[in-house]
Design a protein around this ligand. Structure first.
Ligand SMILES: [Zn+2]
Length: 189
């Protein structure tokens, strides 16, 4: 096995010149180098076939799944510890929607095959054999884009809700108007 120093093409020992760029080839690779090259080629092939598989869960997907789970847990903790704020402002529904949203997106990302099976059920009366249907490239891209968007929304919502639940806006200082003292803290409406 020989490797071209110019373009990196791998070729047979019989060649003296690179079949790709016509550069003169050096001596054959050592056994150690050949092993390394074989591993590299295997990795490249794996990578390409993963990209071709529309249901492949990438590392980025996994990171987003992790973050979505973390933020839904944080929202749950916030509801638990900021319960007063949520009760006073009747915001439980918002917290629960955010948790359900991030969990459902995480499940959809983690198990793309299952969500695709559910998704294509809508075509059951349109096509004879829905098993042959494959998601379009656009559908896959928009699914990944949507998951990132939801992650950003859930994260921003957490920061805002966290600040609102634990940072109390101070009441204005009492104003002395003649003899009447208006104390905002004790004034009854
Ligand atoms: Zn070459």
């Amino acid at each position: 096995m020989k490797k071209c120093v110019e373009c990196g093409a791998i070729q047979n020992n019989k060649h003296f010149y690179c079949i790709d760029c016509n550069k003169r080839l050096g001596p054959p690779l050592t056994e150690e180098e050949e092993k390394k090259e074989a591993i590299k080629i295997k990795e490249t092939i794996n990578d390409l076939s993963n990209k071709a598989d529309c249901f492949y869960v990438s590392k980025t997907d996994k990171a987003i799944i992790c973050l979505l789970c973390i933020f839904s847990l944080l929202h749950a903790l916030l509801i638990l510890f900021g319960a007063n704020y949520y009760r006073e402002n009747q915001l439980y529904w918002l917290g629960i929607i955010l948790i359900l949203l991030s969990l459902s997106i995480a499940i959809d990302l983690r198990f793309p095959r299952i969500s695709w099976q559910l998704y294509k059920l809508r075509y059951i009366f349109v096509f004879d054999n829905i098993d042959d249907l494959e998601p379009s490239r656009f559908a896959l891209l928009s699914r990944r884009f949507f998951s990132k968007l939801i992650l950003i929304i859930v994260a921003i919502a957490f920061v805002i809700m966290f600040i609102l639940s634990f940072y109390k806006i101070p009441a204005p200082a009492p104003i002395n108007e003649g003899n009447i003292i208006i104390d905002w803290n004790t004034t009854q409406y």
